[in-house]
Ligand binder design. Structure first.
Ligand code: NAD
Length: 445
C-alpha cells in the first residue's frame, strides 16, 4: 500500500482531547489536500475522529473549522490552482469556504471505537493509561482486517510494551507530538524492537508532509523530551527543598521559577511549565518512568504533595491556565501557592524581598523572546553566560547550578542510550520546548 492509499482511511483516537484535536486537524488537512490532487480523483478519503465524549466532539468541529480557515488563507494560491476549473468559485472567500466544507466532509466524528475497524492508520491520543491503550489497540487489531498501523502519542510508555501486550507484531510506532501539535514543530519518533521498516519510512514521509521535524529517540521510558523535563523538575524541586528553610517556601518557588526562566533565557519558568503540562500529568509520567528505571529515582515528593492538596494545574477547555504552583490572571502570574498555609500568596508581597535575595541581575541579561529571533543569537548568549559565570550572587549561582544540571541530564540521555546523539537532545529541547539553545553547550560546565 503506498502513502496515498494508506492515508485514505485514517482514525484518530481521543480526537477531542488536547493532543488529539491537533493531531486530527493536521491529518484532516493532509488527507483533504491529497484528495484534491487530480491524480487522486475518484478515490474516497475518510478521517474518523473518535472520542468517548460526545460533547467534546461537537466542540472539536468548531475548533477544526476555525483552524482550517487559517490554514486555507495561508495557501490560497495553491487552492486557486486546485479549484481553477470551478467557474462558481471566484472570490477568495468562496474558495476558502469550499475548502473548509471539503475538509469537514472528510471528517467523521464518532463515539464508537468500531469506526477504527475500517482504518489503515490509527493515531492514538487517549489518556496516558497503559492498560487502556493496550486493550483498545488489541480490540481494534483483532477486528480490523487492514493490518492497520498504530501511531501512539504516549509520553512515557515504552512502545515495545504496547507492541507486545497488544500483539501488534511491529505495526506500531511512537509518534510523539508536542503540545499543541498544530504549532509545535517536533515529533519524537520511537520504534519498538520490530517496528516495520515500511511503517518507519511512512512516518518520515508523513512528518515531511506535516512540516514536522523528526528526532528519533530510543525506546526508553520518557524518551528524550520527558527524559530531560522530568529530571529538570526534580532538580528544581530539590533546589526549593534546599532553599525553603532559609528563605521560605513561596520565596524559593519564586526564585527557582525566575532563575529557570530569566537567568537561563527560557520561555517559561519551570513551575509555570509544570502547571502548563499539569502537575498530575508530570507526576504520572514520573511514576511510569520510575517503574522502568528504578535506579534513576524519578520521584518528586513535592508534586505528590501538591496533588494531595488537590492542586493540579493544567488547562480549562478554553485553553486558559488553571492554578497550580502559580496562580494566573489573564495569563499573568499573580500569586504563588504556599504549601504550609495552603493559600496563594500574592507575588507583590514577596517579590522585592526575593529579588533582593537573588541579588543584582547580570547586566547583559536579555529576554528569551528577544533572543530566539536573533541572527547572532549564539554570540549574544555567549556574552551573557560569560558574564553570568563570573558573578557570585545567589541568582547567578542557582542559574549556574541549573544550567550545569540540565547539561548533565542531556549528556546522561546520550550515555544511557535514550538519545542517539547530543545534537538530538539539543534539537528536542529547542524544537519541542522552544529553548533558545540546547542543554549541551559551552555555557555551563
Ligand atoms: N498534553 C500534553 O502536553 C501531551 C504532550 C505529548 C503527549 N501527550 C500524550 O497524549 C495523550 C493524550 O493526552 P492529552 O493531554 O491530549 O489528554 P486529554 O485528556 O486532553 O485527551 C484525551 C482524550 O481521549 C478521550 N478518551 C478517553 N478514553 C477514550 C477511549 N477509550 N476512546 C476514545 N477516546 C477516549 C477523552 O475523552 C479525551 O478527549 C496521552 O498519552 C499523553 O501522555 C500529551
Amino acid at each position: 500500500m503506498n502513502y496515498v492509499d494508506r492515508m485514505q482511511k485514517v482514525a484518530v483516537l481521543g480526537a477531542a482531547g488536547k493532543m488529539g484535536s491537533g493531531i486530527l486537524l493536521l491529518n484532516a488537512i493532509e488527507v483533504a489536500d491529497l484528495s484534491l490532487l487530480p491524480e487522486n480523483k475518484g478515490k474516497t478519503f475518510v478521517v474518523y475522529a473518535i472520542d468517548v465524549s460526545e460533547e467534546a466532539l461537537s466542540g472539536l468541529i468548531q475548533y477544526v473549522r476555525t483552524q482550517v480557515l487559517k490554514a486555507a488563507e495561508k495557501k490560497i494560491n495553491w487552492l486557486r490552482e486546485i479549484y481553477k476549473e470551478r467557474a462558481d468559485l471566484i472570490e477568495n472567500g468562496q474558495i476558502i469556504e469550499e475548502y473548509i466544507n471539503h475538509v469537514m466532509s472528510i471528517i467523521r466524528p464518532s463515539i464508537l471505537i468500531e469506526s477504527a475497524y475500517h482504518a489503515n492508520c490509527i493515531f492514538e491520543a487517549i489518556k496516558e493509561d497503559p492498560d487502556l491503550k493496550v486493550s483498545i489497540f488489541k480490540r481494534i487489531n483483532q477486528n480490523n482486517s487492514n493490518q492497520p498501523w498504530f501511531f501512539t502519542n504516549t509520553s512515557s510508555i515504552p512502545i515495545q510494551f504496547l507492541n507486545e501486550k497488544a500483539e501488534l507484531n511491529g505495526r506500531i510506532i511512537g509518534y510523539h507530538f508536542y503540545n499543541p501539535p498544530a504549532v509545535q514543530k517536533l515529533v519524537e519518533l520511537i520504534e519498538a524492537k520490530n517496528t516495520l521498516p515500511e511503517l518507519k519510512a511512512f512516518s518520515l514521509e508523513l512528518a515531511k508532509k506535516l512540516n514536522k521535524i523528526i528526532v528519533e529517540s530510543n525506546d526508553v521510558v520518557g524518551f528524550i523530551g520527558n527524559g530531560h523535563f522530568m529530571r529538570d523538575i526534580i532538580h528544581a524541586a530539590s533546589e526549593v527543598e534546599r532553599l525553603k528553610s532559609q528563605y521560605g517556601f513561596v520565596e524559593a518557588i519564586y526564585m527557582i521559577n525566575k532563575v529557570s526562566q530569566e537567568y537561563l533565557v527560557r520561555p517559561m519558568g519551570i513551575f509555570q511549565l509544570i502547571d502548563y503540562v499539569g502537575i498530575d500529568v508530570c507526576s504520572y509520567i514520573m511514576s511510569v518512568m520510575n517503574q522502568y528505571l528504578p535506579q534513576d529515582q524519578i520521584v518528586c515528593p513535592l508534586l505528590n504533595e501538591m496533588l494531595s492538596l488537590g492542586i493540579k494545574g493544567g488547562q480549562y477547555a478554553d485553553g486558559s491556565q488553571k492554578d497550580g504552583f502559580l496562580k494566573y490572571e489573564k495569563g499573568k502570574i499573580i500569586a504563588i501557592f504556599d504549601i504550609n498555609t495552603k493559600q496563594y500568596v500574592s507575588i507583590e508581597q514577596i517579590q522585592n524581598k526575593a529579588d533582593a535575595i537573588l541579588g543584582e541581575k547580570p547586566t547583559n541579561i536579555i529576554a528569551w523572546k528577544a533572543v530566539v529571533g536573533m541572527k547572532d543569537k549564539d554570540v549574544v548568549l555567549q556574552n551573557y553566560f560569560n558574564e553570568l559565570q563570573k558573578m557570585n550572587t545567589l541568582g547567578a549561582e542557582l542559574a549556574k547550578a541549573y544550567g550545569s544540571r540540565s547539561k548533565a541530564i542531556g549528556k546522561y540521555l546520550v550515555s544511557s542510550g535514550v538519545a542517539k546523539t547530543e545534537e538530538d537532545v539539543n534539537k528536542v529541547l529547542m524544537t519541542g520546548f522552544f529553548h533558545a539553545y540546547g542543554p549541551i553547550n559551552n555555557y555551563f560546565v
